[in-house]
Design a protein around this ligand. Structure first.
Ligand SMILES: Cc1cc2nc3c(=O)[nH]c(=O)nc-3n(C[C@H](O)[C@H](O)[C@H](O)COP(=O)(O)OP(=O)(O)OC[C@H]3O[C@@H](n4cnc5c(N)ncnc54)[C@H](O)[C@@H]3O)c2cc1C
Length: 389
């Protein structure tokens, strides 16, 4: 098989890139290790920046999001069980959209199938070759047979545990990382959300987040030690602990029910530089990870796709290679700003073992400052709704 662009990974970044290239007449093939059902079963991000919303619309996959998603014009922050609101529209001129990553991925799979796009599932042993030549190729095994695709560019959209990043020689790749000493225990429950907007709560017992997928499906999180086990967290224990950490008014109205999903995610910040080597380009989680505080992971993947799709389309349509040469630099400038914001939210809202009373009071002062300062709220809102790209 021959195609101009091979995309490794059929998550949100790979599928959106595939769709945007297709709309511009640049054919491509997506290789995905898992089945479609497996990919669609992963419960992950839920808050879309407005730039992401506009990209999905431009890609022709915004209709269901506009019907079923929830526009949030602000969010609540809390400390010592008391909350206040930051109005995104007032402070930064834009809202965000609550619409699950699973739904974004479903819409993208539907769109790729409707336009005859090639997405090869259960592609095992995907291996890029000749990335430092002008004629790379990718091999993989499907149904026991090795296949080969010749191409001009290989795009690594294969997430943090993918194969692409490892193809960049160690002498070239720079990795910067911070691992946080805690994780997020998350549950999904078929109950009405406790608040019409998200609540991010700082508490001396640890951070909590009240989020949602829709009017009947809530997503709640608790900060837990990094070595905590899901089996030790019964639903009752989870709900009791959540009530202790969130604002009193939310605790009083919280509707509880059985969890339909429960998992623990570690928190880490990680950036790999550069995001291009030869004919290989990294996109999304393949190049960077942020802690979920601040909802940046999926949105960063989408802004990478914006820069890369623009560059590839300019290359194929206008013979203009400049965008490909500057992709890594442009993408990383935004990645680092989002990494800073996610770190700041994580540091401000979570309990660190060594922070002591001083650290707790400093966090509370930071949150009080946010509550009272329009300038501080504007800085927070500008980053939360997404810096321009
Ligand atoms: C548990 C969890 C919770 C999260 N919660 C949030 C959140 O609340 N808010 C937020 O903004 N972000 C969140 N994120 C991050 C967000 O989900 C990611 O940033 C987003 O999925 C990145 O998209 P991606 O397409 O770059 O990578 P992925 O979604 O990881 O997709 C990569 C794809 O590549 C495939 N793949 C991997 N290796 C290979 C291979 N060798 N060959 C072929 N295919 C391969 C994978 O199967 C996968 O389908 C969360 C992530 C996790 C893990």
């Amino acid at each position: 098989m021959r195609t101009p662009v091979v995309i490794i990974g059929g998550g949100p970044s790979g599928l959106l890139l595939s769709q945007l290239l297709h709309l511009a007449g640049v054919e491509n093939v997506v290789l995905e290790r898992r089945t479609r059902d497996y990919v669609l079963g992963r419960i992950r991000a839920g808050v879309l920046e407005w730039g992401t919303v506009e990209m999905l619309r431009a890609a022709g996959v915004g209709a269901r999001m506009d019907r079923e998603g929830f526009v949030h014009e602000g969010t609540f922050l809390a400390a010592r069980n008391a909350q206040f609101r930051v109005d995104f529209v007032q402070r930064a001129g834009k809202p965000v959209m609550v619409y699950g990553q699973t739904e974004v991925t479903r819409d993208l799979y539907f769109a790729r199938a409707a336009s005859g796009g090639t997405v090869i599932h259960e592609a095992e042993g995907v291996t890029p070759h000749g990335l430092d030549t002008s004629a790379p190729w990718v091999t993989y095994v499907k149904n026991g047979t090795e296949e080969r695709i010749d191409c001009e560019f290989v795009i690594g959209c294969d997430g943090f545990h993918g194969v692409s990043r490892g193809c960049i020689p160690a002498s070239v790749l720079r990795e910067t990382e911070r691992v946080y000493p805690f994780g997020w225990l998350g549950i999904l429950s078929e109950t009405p959300p406790v608040s019409h907007e998200l609540i991010y709560a700082n508490h001396a017992r640890g951070f909590a987040l009240c989020s949602m997928r829709n009017a009947h499906l809530s997503r709640y999180y608790l900060q837990v030690p990094v070595d905590a086990h899901v089996e030790n967290w019964s639903d009752d224990r989870f709900w009791d602990e959540l009530r202790r950490r969130i604002p009193h008014e939310a605790a009083e109205t919280l509707v509880t029910g059985p969890s339909i999903e429960k998992s623990i995610a570690p928190l880490r910040s990680y950036v790999a530089e550069p995001m291009r080597w030869g004919r290989l380009f990294l996109c999304g989680d393949a190049a960077h990870i942020v802690p979920p505080t601040g909802a940046k992971g999926l949105n960063l993947a989408m802004s990478d796709v914006h820069y890369l799709s623009e560059a590839l389309i300019a290359h194929y349509r206008d013979g203009e290679p400049g965008g490909l040469d500057t992709y890594s630099e442009r993408a990383l400038a935004r990645v680092w700003k989002a990494t800073r914001f996610s770190w700041w939210m994580t540091t401000t809202l979570h309990r660190f073992d060594d922070q002591g009373a001083f650290g707790q009071r400093i966090q509370e002062a930071e949150i009080d400052y946010l509550a009272s300062s329009p300038a501080a709220q504007a800085a927070m809102a500008e980053n939360y709704v997404g810096l321009p790209f």
